[in-house]
Design a protein around this ligand. Structure first.
Ligand SMILES: Cc1cc2nc3c(=O)[nH]c(=O)nc-3n(C[C@H](O)[C@H](O)[C@H](O)COP(=O)(O)OP(=O)(O)OC[C@H]3O[C@@H](n4cnc5c(N)ncnc54)[C@H](O)[C@@H]3O)c2cc1C
Length: 337
């Protein structure tokens, strides 16, 4: 601690708090906001190891979705129809809460529809998904108050300009947002409620006495309550958690003149996704190509995934269009029961 040259004032005001939240992603910031709204006198401090949040919340694709049909079919096998209904309800209510907290303009939320694509050789899967449309429309009706959330949209394939796609199912409630704007707004809301957010501060260890002592790269904090909102990184501090990290690689094109596609798109059972971002196309995922390598806490890109994403752009998404890649990045998310 001595080497940090902390003053009495710094220790008392920055290093001692009522609630310490580790992680300033969407979960950590929402937790901080909720606590201060309910108990304005409770001191809340959020720590993040990154200069910006360094996990998934500012690296993601910005799909405001509650599941494509093939994903819902798989999920229903695990949790049953009632469990799936509850899960969709949580996803839907979470999105509505986010919208009312931040506001659609600040999120840059656009409800352009979400589409699941089926390749020419996926007729068995597309048949199964089409046969389940009315089942899932019934399931989400009381949650969303929409009677026909899902419908066949194969007629739109040509207008989007896709190649090798035979069937399209649309979810007309699905939207897209700007995750950077979302986190910026959540930081502003949290700060305006009196939350202290400190960056470049990695939590290494914690132990409980009459208070909780939290050792970090910036010295020791004392707190009454400690919340871990560290998602994929949680089991680095709590190895007993059954969590596995999964890296998601993303790339985005430079602006494309007269870009035809608009919306959020789920491809190959959700192993790939893409969307328009202004006049660009963002495409990502491909973890299925090499689950072993992508089960990592390290950011980075691999030629295998990047080349596959590029091929998907060239062969299926933008077959007759000249485009250039502008940026590549990755984010880390958590998987587990
Ligand atoms: C590439 C990608 C695309 C995605 N696309 C979508 C999408 O389109 N739609 C959607 O709904 N979801 C998407 N997701 C998932 C979504 O982004 C995550 O579910 C969500 O952001 C998780 O938020 P979080 O706050 O729990 O975790 P994170 O945002 O990961 O926040 C955890 C924070 O904890 C910090 N942290 C970790 N360990 C420590 C430590 N020891 N000390 C201090 N700080 C620490 C990290 O720096 C990080 O900022 C995507 C995820 C990825 C990776």
């Amino acid at each position: 601690m001595e080497t940090l040259n902390l003053s009495y004032w710094e220790k008392a005001n920055f290093y001692t708090t009522d609630v310490l939240i580790v992680g300033s992603g969407i979960v950590g910031l929402n937790a901080a906001i909720a606590i201060r709204k309910q108990q304005p006198n409770v001191g809340v401090t959020v720590l993040d190891r990154g200069f910006l949040p360094a996990g998934a919340s500012t690296k993601n694709a910005g799909f405001a979705c509650f599941g494509s049909i093939s994903e819902l079919i798989e999920q229903e096998k695990f949790c049953g129809t009632d469990g799936l209904h509850e899960l969709i309800n949580k996803r839907w209510k979470g999105l509505q809460k986010l919208r009312s907290l931040v506001g659609d303009d600040r999120l840059d939320l656009q409800i352009n529809g979400g589409f699941e694509l089926f390749k020419s050789d996926q007729f068995a899967l597309s048949d199964e998904c089409v046969s389940k449309i009315s089942h899932f429309n019934n399931l989400v009706q009381d949650i969303t108050t929409e009677n026909n959330a899902f419908e066949i949209a194969t007629r739109k394939i040509n207008s989007f300009g896709f190649n090798g796609i035979d069937c399209l199912i649309e979810n007309n409630l699905e939207g897209q947002l700007d995750p950077g704007k979302m986190i910026k707004a959540l930081i502003e809301i949290a700060t305006s409620l009196g939350v202290t957010i400190l960056n470049n501060c990695t939590v290494n260890h914690f132990e409980q006495d009459h208070q909780i002592l939290v050792s970090t790269s910036q010295g020791d904090f004392r707190t009454k309550k400690l919340l871990f909102c560290t998602n994929a990184f949680a089991n680095l501090l709590m190895p007993q958690l059954a969590l596995k990290p999964g890296r998601g690689q993303v790339l985005i094109t430079k602006p494309i003149e007269n870009l035809k596609l608009k919306g959020t798109f789920h491809y190959d059972k959700g192993y790939y996704y893409f969307r328009n971002v202004n006049n660009r196309v963002l495409v990502g995922r491909g973890r299925n190509l090499d689950f072993f390598t992508e089960e990592t806490h390290q950011f980075g890109e691999t030629p295998l995934v990047q080349n596959t994403l590029l091929r998907l752009l060239k062969d299926v998404i933008l077959p007759d269009v000249t485009f250039e890649i502008d940026q590549k990045w990755s984010g880390i998310m958590a998987f587990g029961p």
